[in-house]
Design a protein around this ligand. Structure first.
Ligand code: C2E
Ligand code: MG
Ligand code: MG
Length: 748
């Protein structure tokens, strides 16, 4: 709207200026032509009046000459002298006709008419214009304009007839009528009107008396008469009027042309401005895509150029920012943020699946072949997964070797089929530098909305499902197959763990292991304790599973091993002959550097390998049995004791366990509890002890709480017992006192 008015304003200013200038020109022309008309009128009137007077005089002289010719006529004079009236009349009639005088009169010196061509008067009547007679008597002749008794106006000339003295007067009159006036008008170029001064009505006129605007001059005649000479102003004005008319036409045309030109020009000025403001609006709305029309070379063009530069720079900056914020730099796939955002755009009610894909043994490959190969492998995996993205779906790299698919509208069956496609695609070997890498993957699936309503929950549950899939070697697992979600308190603990480790809030407690045959404490198990400044003591069962899920256990275990081995060295130096057990998690077991680290540790603290025992659960073995076996072989090669923890909870067969280089089997607490009441439990434990011994394994009973249990175990050949019934986990210092007291008790 404002641009429209700008355009109008420009046009109005231009046209207004032109109209003003033209108006001034017109006014000037009008003013000077009026002055010229006035001057011209005055001049023409003056000239006309002069000509008019000349004509009157000329007429008069003509009459006088004619009268003189008549008065010189001898016969005429004789006829007057003899009073021969008929002759006199005939002479004046003839003479009058000759000189075109309409009235001829002869009067005696007594002032009485002798003859007349006028019918209204007769001889013997007094001469009708005694004033003329008196004037002639004084100056010898006279002339003037007189009205006859018939009302008509004449120019009358009176001359004497001399023989040689004056014997009579002859008068000649020329009719002053409209024709006369017209003739005069023809010569003077002015309207001629004769009238009596101060009396309306004309005695003679050359035509219509014209308008009030006409200029006139009055010429006084004798006998109270006057001639009004009139110049029609219109006649003078005509050429000027024509000129002004033409000028006006030119001005109107010029204004029109100028107006059109101005509107066009204003349009050309304003159009790019309009385009710029439209572009500015688009940019304000976040649309940087549409380029501006090519700029011209003028100032607006320069503005448009700067504007265009601004647009492209904002657009590229925006793109860079979006890239940084939303794109994974390594694989060029969308990142976690983009994934969460894409989830937000999911059609509500349509359902869908969130699938987390993880490359099995990626850590091993990364560690064995280096990070550069690891990165290239991830790019290759991204390349294999990308073509599988369904329409409307998203594939993102969450972190490390963790990828995630969002498949809109997928139910459990569709998700399972999709997961199989993903696994099949990843089974194609990847070749890096001519080296063939067989990779396998696992998929965890969470379904929307059954498993969660928001992306974060679904991702977390899909990751838990992924962990389950890995543990089971199933390839694919659904979130519903895993337990509930970790409680919020536990989640916040995960964040706390890193700080706790640095702040020294972790400690180790040691629980004694009693050899039933000798009654001696032969070993202790190191158990992790977290002394939280606000929450107090936190049991390992509450945070270790999450340390395993988040991978933070990789930082905890080295600390545990270091502390345990250091303590073993201290005890050895104190002359105590006890081995120390430490617990390993799945991730620890899969760590390719585990063997080297443990060896370095033992060397550093000068601790014999047989004084260290590592406890591994069945499930840790099942995650990647081949790799687990390889690492166990390496550890066993060092001379370290290996123990299967919580035996009996999982599915592992003793035959399988025998294929591993393990020394010890720890029967899970659930079998020991109520061993004295439940014959079935007793039978299981009894046969397990027998089988284990047959396979050359030491058997440890966990969770021994009562003397009856202890007694039963000793009777049934169990090798070692551990439990509150013998001793609770305690600090290293407490343990030393406890040991001293224990040996005193046994001695007693
Ligand atoms: P675990 O390795 O089977 O350790 C034995 C657990 O049983 C310990 O619980 C111990 O306090 C408890 N216990 C011992 N005797 C009795 C008894 O007579 N009755 C009962 N009810 N319980 C008894 P804790 O210390 O809470 O540890 C729980 C689990 O946490 C451990 O089970 C182990 O799997 C894990 N854990 C503890 N420390 C570490 C560690 O440093 N690293 C790793 N990876 N895991 C650890
Ligand atoms: Mg243990
Ligand atoms: Mg145990």
């Amino acid at each position: 709207m404002s641009s429209r008015s700008l355009r109008h304003r420009i046009a109005i200013v231009f046209v207004g200026l032109l109209v003003l200038v033209m108006g001034l020109v017109l006014a000037l022309v009008h003013h000077s032509s009026t002055r010229i008309v006035e001057r011209e009128t005055r001049r023409e009137l003056a000239v006309g009046a002069k000509v008019f007077q000349r004509l009157l005089e000329q007429n008069q002289r003509q009459l006088e000459t004619a009268a003189a010719v008549l008065s010189a006529d001898f016969a005429f004079r004789e006829a007057i002298a003899t009073q021969d009236q008929p002759t006199v009349r005939s002479v004046i009639r003839n003479h009058g006709q000759r000189i075109h005088a309409q009235v001829m009169m002869v009067a005696g010196t007594d002032g009485k008419l002798i003859a007349t061509t006028q019918r209204v008067s007769a001889p013997g009547d007094p001469f009708p214009f005694p004033d003329l007679l008196a004037a002639a008597e004084a100056s010898g002749r006279s002339a003037g304009f007189r009205q006859m008794r018939n009302g008509q106006l004449y120019q009358v000339v009176l001359v004497p007839i001399l023989a040689p003295t004056r014997i009579a007067w002859v008068a000649m009159g020329f009719h002053v009528d409209d024709r006369w006036a017209a003739d005069m008008a023809g010569v003077t170029g002015l309207g001629v009107h004769i009238g009596r001064a101060g009396t309306p009505g004309l005695l003679a006129s050359s035509g219509t008396s014209g308008s009030a605007h006409d200029a006139s001059v009055s010429v006084p005649l004798d006998g109270g008469l006057q001639a009004v000479l009139q110049l029609p102003v219109a006649q003078v004005e005509a050429p000027f009027g024509q000129l002004q008319g033409r000028l006006l036409g030119v001005i109107v045309a010029a204004v029109l042309v100028f107006a059109a030109g101005s509107v066009m020009l204003a349009g050309r000025i304003v159009r790019p401005l309009n385009e710029l403001s439209a572009a500015a609006r688009r940019i304000a709305q976040g649309d940087y895509a549409q380029p501006l029309p090519p700029a011209q070379g003028d100032e607006i063009g320069q503005l448009a150029g700067s504007f265009e530069q601004m647009r492209t720079e904002i657009a590229s900056r925006e793109e860079r920012i979006a890239r940084l914020a939303y794109v994974d730099a390594l694989t060029d796939l969308p990142n976690r943020t983009r994934f969460l955002e894409a989830f937000g755009r999911l059609t509500p009610g349509a359902g869908g699946a969130v699938m987390v894909v993880n490359v099995d043994r990626f850590a091993l490959i990364n560690n064995a072949l280096g990070h550069l190969v690891g990165d290239r492998l991830l790019r290759a995996v991204a390349g294999q997964l990308q073509p599988l993205v369904p329409p409307g779906g998203v594939l993102a790299r969450l972190w490390g070797d963790q990828f995630a698919f969002l498949v809109e509208g997928a139910d459990a069956d569709a998700a399972r089929r999709f997961a199989d496609t993903v696994l099949a695609a990843l089974r194609d070997p990847v070749t890096l530098d001519g080296q063939r890498l067989d990779i396998e993957a696992s998929v965890g699936i969470a379904l929307y909305p059954d498993d969660g309503l928001d992306a974060a929950t679904l991702l977390r549950r899909a990751e838990l499902a992924l962990a389950t899939a890995k543990r089971r070697h199933a390839g694919v697992a659904f979130a519903q197959e895993t337990g509930g979600e970790p409680a919020h308190e536990q989640l916040s603990l995960i964040g706390d763990m890193r700080r706790a480790l640095a702040a020294g809030e972790f400690t180790l407690a040691y629980q004694p292991k009693l050899a039933l045959a000798s009654g001696r404490i032969v070993a202790v198990e190191a158990l992790l304790r977290w002394q939280h400044p606000e929450r107090g003591s936190i049991a390992p069962a509450r945070f270790i599973p999450f340390a395993e899920q988040t991978g933070f256990i990789r930082e905890i275990t080295p600390w545990v091993l270091e502390s345990a081995v250091r303590q073993a060295a201290v005890w050895h130096a104190a002359g105590l002959d006890i081995a120390v057990s430490a617990n390993l998690s799945t991730l620890d077991l899969l760590d390719p550097h585990l063997g080297r680290r443990v060896r370095d540790l033992l060397e550093r603290h000068a601790v014999q390998a047989r004084r260290l025992c590592l406890e591994i659960t069945e499930s840790a073995l099942m995650d990647d049995p081949a790799l687990a076996q390889a690492h166990l072989d390496e550890l066993a090669g060092l001379g370290i004791k290996l123990s299967i923890d919580d035996y009996g909870v999982g599915q592992a067969s003793l035959a399988y366990l025998k294929s591993l280089p393990v020394d010890e089997l720890k029967l899970d607490r659930s079998f020991i509890t109520a061993i004295t009441d439940s014959p079935r439990n007793a039978a299981i434990v009894e046969s397990t002890i027998m089988l284990s011994h047959a396979l050359g394994l030491t058997v440890v009973a966990e969770g021994v709480e009562t003397p009856a249990e202890l007694c039963w175990l000793r009777e049934h050949g169990c090798d070692i017992a551990q439990g509150y019934g013998i001793g609770r986990p305690m600090t290293a210092a407490q343990l030393q006192d406890w040991l001293a007291e224990f040996s005193l008790r046994t001695v007693a």
